[in-house]
Design a protein around this ligand. Structure first.
Ligand code: PLP
Length: 390
């Protein structure tokens, strides 16, 4: 099996898994316990808070544990909106945000909020100047993702943060795909809130965090206990948090090396595909791109067909095209970068990790060299195109 769907989820780091193990069978105390048996749980959670804070230059007290990226995104938008409604009811997001942001913004719209959706250019880049122009006196929050989950484009966070700071507007970033993969610093980039999720960087599933800059108001998302300084109720997921902390520390320690290794394999795949497969298009930015992201559209082909044949070769990948997501439309991201429907339908995303080898990358491209002509040979559109070319 060749696993190339690391943007969907990652294999757990062995070290993170081992760090979690004692918190299931031995140190299973509730971190809120008042007896000394609970001390190990409490201490382990605080160690993880520190491990995570260090990766983004935050203070440990500014990290709030959640159950994942979706919760963190929902909380950031809805929690800030509720807390700052007296200032105004306008937020700004981008057209290529994850559904956790898009649908949260739509929920706010139903409650009378005005949402400006910033367009992106053909590489998936948001313009900081355009955000500058879109901010109004009643703008409360700008939420722009750090890096896109489909096409891998990395946004100009420092420039956007600068603009938000100048206007006194809060800046949230969905860093689910970026945290522990590329350098991020909440002070240098003027980020006030940041979402991330453990399973995207070799930590466990079902645990994430929201960074909230000291002084930023946020209405709690859930009612219940007094955990996380009364801001996030629910029994602390000790093992999950420990695993996420260990994974974050490990990924951050190896970040430079991993980025160099993974992006070399990415660039090799991109170069081979562009050279060896006609009528393809690289989606996303060529250089401002997540190290592990390869995303192409292949003309005259349905993404689904490619995925099925890749699966038969033992290759796990994904597509932003129709049907796989249960919808007839191609993904909003591919449409936002200006792709016509018929081209967007032929998209393929292969996302790598530090475990991906050059040999696997070559095997995946070799599989495409066989699959794509085969699918095109069955396409009436391709037949028509070839006839017209002749
Ligand atoms: N935001 C982005 C950019 C993502 O890629 C994802 C997951 O794919 C999420 C949010 C949701 O994260 P989670 O799976 O932890 O709920």
């Amino acid at each position: 099996m060749i696993y190339m769907d690391n943007a969907a989820t990652t294999r757990m780091s062995e070290r993170a898994f081992e760090a979690m193990r004692p918190f299931f069978m031995e140190q299973y105390a509730n971190a809120a316990g008042t007896y000394s048996f609970a001390n190990a749980s409490k201490e382990a959670v605080e160690t993880a808070r520190g491990q995570i804070a260090r990766v983004i230059g935050a203070k440990p007290a500014e990290i709030y544990f959640t159950c994942g990226g979706t919760e963190s995104d929902n909380w950031a938008l809805k929690g800030v909106a509720q807390a700052y409604a007296a200032k105004g009811k306008h937020i700004i997001i981008s057209a290529i945000e994850h559904h956790a942001i898009l649908h949260s913004a739509q929920a706010l719209e139903k409650q009378g909020w005005d949402v400006t959706v910033m367009p992106v250019d053909e590489t998936g880049m948001v313009s900081a100047e355009a955000i500058d122009a879109a901010i109004r006196p009643d703008t409360v929050l700008v939420s722009i993702m750090a890096a896109n989950n489909e096409i891998g484009t990395i946004q100009p966070l420092a420039a956007i943060g600068e603009v938000c700071k100048k206007h006194g507007v809060l800046f949230h970033t969905d860093a689910v795909q970026a945290f522990a993969h590329i350098p991020l610093n909440v002070d240098e980039m003027h980020i006030d809130l940041l979402s991330a999720s453990g399973h995207k960087f070799h930590g466990p599933k079902g645990v994430g965090f929201l960074y909230v800059r000291k002084g930023v108001k946020l209405v709690p998302f859930m009612d219940g206990g007094a955990q996380e300084k009364k801001r996030r109720a629910g029994t602390t997921n000790v093992a999950g948090i420990v695993g996420m902390g260990a994974a974050a520390e490990e990924a951050a320690a190896n970040m430079e090396e991993t980025m160099a290794k993974v992006s070399a394999i990415r660039d090799h795949m991109i170069a081979r595909i562009e050279k060896e497969i006609p009528y393809c298009r690289l989606n996303g930015h060529r250089t401002e791109r997540l190290p592990g992201n390869v995303n192409f559209c292949f003309r005259f082909i349905e993404g689904e067909g490619m995925l099925m044949l890749l699966d038969a070769h033992g290759i796990c990948a994904s597509s932003g095209s129709a049907c796989t997501s249960g919808s007839l439309d191609p993904s909003h991201v591919l449409l936002a970068i200006g792709l016509p429907h018929e081209i967007a339908h032929g998209s393929l995303r292969m996302t790598l990790s530090e475990a991906t080898t050059m040999e696997e990358a070559d095997k995946a491209v070799d599989a495409l060299l066989e699959i794509i002509p085969r699918l095109r040979s069955m396409s009436p559109l391709y037949e028509d195109f070839v006839r017209k070319q002749a």
